[in-house]
Design a binder for this molecule. Structure first.
Ligand code: NAP
Length: 283
């Protein structure tokens, strides 16, 4: 293996220790950072995600409330709960776990969250703040990727970054964050022609597609930094990313593994955003 591993678990540990220290400092001022996690329905993957988020809060000294509702909950009732949490002084961050049942308009629910408590960074006000470079909350997954680049001291100025995927929660905000750090950014998607020609020019590649082996060794410039956001299952049912790890690690300069890469960083940045929300509210 030539590439150095960017270990998301290890970096998360460091960042969560810092969160715990800052949370203690806030507590000393009488404020305990609080996150409300709202789960509607019984999607098994969502249940695991919310459990992990709540546990991560507890481990870092943050207060968390898990509100679970039946899949039959009405949109009006959910909007009512969000409204109540917006007014709850002990709650600094609100996360409504997606996906929501089909009869609920997820965008409407996200827009109902106060931007000051939008720790997932999905509110249109957060997206606008990111786009204009104003303070707001950055979506946790691309924010985690930026922290990973920071952890290796990577200077993005003038570098060519290729983001594969253009979703509102990963690809697009990722591109804006890289642009903010003066990278030259290309965003690729399902209609992109000759992806390989683009990735071969890239100093940094972020794969956020949701398909195995989207990025193979022959598509990577020697020494490039490769961040793998994808979460897929291989033929044995094991978690894997979008990147052909075994091949790409022989060419890249740095690479993130799956599992143990971007995944833990996503939860870590949720904690960071929640803490930040509490610090802002207590000023
Ligand atoms: P998404 O909304 O399905 O978006 C996937 C993107 O990939 C779309 O923009 C799509 O293009 C593009 N795409 C599809 N096939 C492609 C191809 N062959 N070549 C290039 N681009 C292609 O997914 P997402 O929510 O962004 O998530 C992406 C992956 O990251 C998933 O595996 C998800 O599970 C994972 N994820 C992981 C974390 C984590 O914490 N590790 C967090 C969030 C997401 P079009 O726009 O043209 O359709």
């Amino acid at each position: 293996m030539t590439a150095q591993l960017i270990d998301g678990n290890q970096l998360s540990k460091q960042l969560r220790t810092a969160v715990a220290t800052r949370a203690q400092a806030l507590k000393a001022k009488g404020v305990t950072p609080g996150l409300a996690v709202v789960l509607v329905g019984d999607n098994p993957a969502s249940q695991v995600y919310v459990r992990n988020k709540v546990k991560a809060c507890e481990d870092s000294g943050l207060h968390s409330v898990l509100e679970k509702y039946e899949a039959t909950m009405t949109e009006a009732d959910l909007l009512g709960r969000v409204e109540a949490l917006n007014k709850e002084p002990g709650i600094h961050g609100i996360l409504v776990q997606l996906p929501l049942p089909a009869h609920i308009d997820a965008q409407k629910v996200i827009e109902a969250i106060s931007p000051a408590k939008d720790v997932d960074g999905f509110h249109i006000a957060s997206a606008g703040a990111l786009m204009t470079g104003l303070p707001g909350f950055w979506p946790c997954t691309p924010y985690g990727c930026m922290k990973m680049l920071e952890s290796i001291g990577y200077d993005l100025r003038g570098k060519h970054a290729v983001v594969i995927g253009r979703s509102n929660i990963v690809g697009k905000p990722m591109a804006l964050m890289l642009l903010q750090k003066d990278a030259t950014v290309t965003v690729a998607h399902s209609r992109t022609q000759n992806l390989k020609a683009l990735t071969l020019q890239a100093d940094v590649i972020v794969a956020a597609v949701g398909k195995r082996n989207v990025l193979t060794a022959d598509m990577v410039k020697p020494g490039a930094v490769v961040l793998d956001v994808g979460m897929n299952r291989n033929d044995e049912g094991k978690l894997c990313g979008d990147v052909d790890f075994d091949g790409v690690k022989e060419v890249a300069g740095y690479i993130t593994p799956v599992p143990g890469g971007v995944g833990p960083m996503t939860i870590t940045m949720l904690l960071v955003n929640t803490l930040e929300a509490a610090e802002r509210a207590s000023k």
